[in-house]
Design a protein. Structure first.
Length: 143
């Protein structure tokens, strides 16, 4: 892809019991007074798929051993153009939302997803679950 992808990113403390992967959707979790900037992968259990607002897309791989130290920070793309992980086929131009079934993956918004938090708009298509595709992040938007 020609040109530079510009994005706004910020570091967040990785929490939970799983490794983080480039492109995973993450949501904020309640932090401490020492570090209020904490995140977890978007799942139904995290509340992201149904109600919460996604934070953005993780921009690096963090293995489980580092997450379990409670000292691992990862860069999260908050606005701009970033890579996401598809939870199924996604058409270019489709609004994407957290999967709700597979941690951190994105799916196309459908008629039944009205009011759900939107992560962004697909700038490239994805054919299968696990495909990496380009997303224009739209912070705070709802379907």
């Amino acid at each position: 892809m020609a040109g530079t992808d510009h994005l706004l990113s910020k570091g967040f403390l990785c929490t939970g019991n799983a490794a983080y992967v480039l492109g995973q959707c993450v949501v904020p979790v309640t932090g401490t007074t020492l570090d209020p900037n904490q995140m977890v992968q978007a799942t139904v259990a995290a509340g992201a798929a149904l109600a919460g607002t996604p934070l953005g897309l993780c921009q690096e791989n963090i293995d489980l051993v580092k997450v379990q130290t409670a000292k691992a920070y990862a860069t999260v793309a908050i606005a701009g153009v970033a890579f996401g992980i598809a939870g199924g086929a996604i058409a270019m131009g489709a609004a994407v939302i957290p999967s709700g079934t597979t941690a951190g993956q994105l799916i196309s918004a459908t008629v039944g997803t009205t009011g759900r938090p939107q992560v962004g708009v697909a700038l490239s298509p994805a054919t299968n679950a696990g495909d990496i595709f380009t997303v224009l992040l739209t912070p705070g938007a709802r379907c």
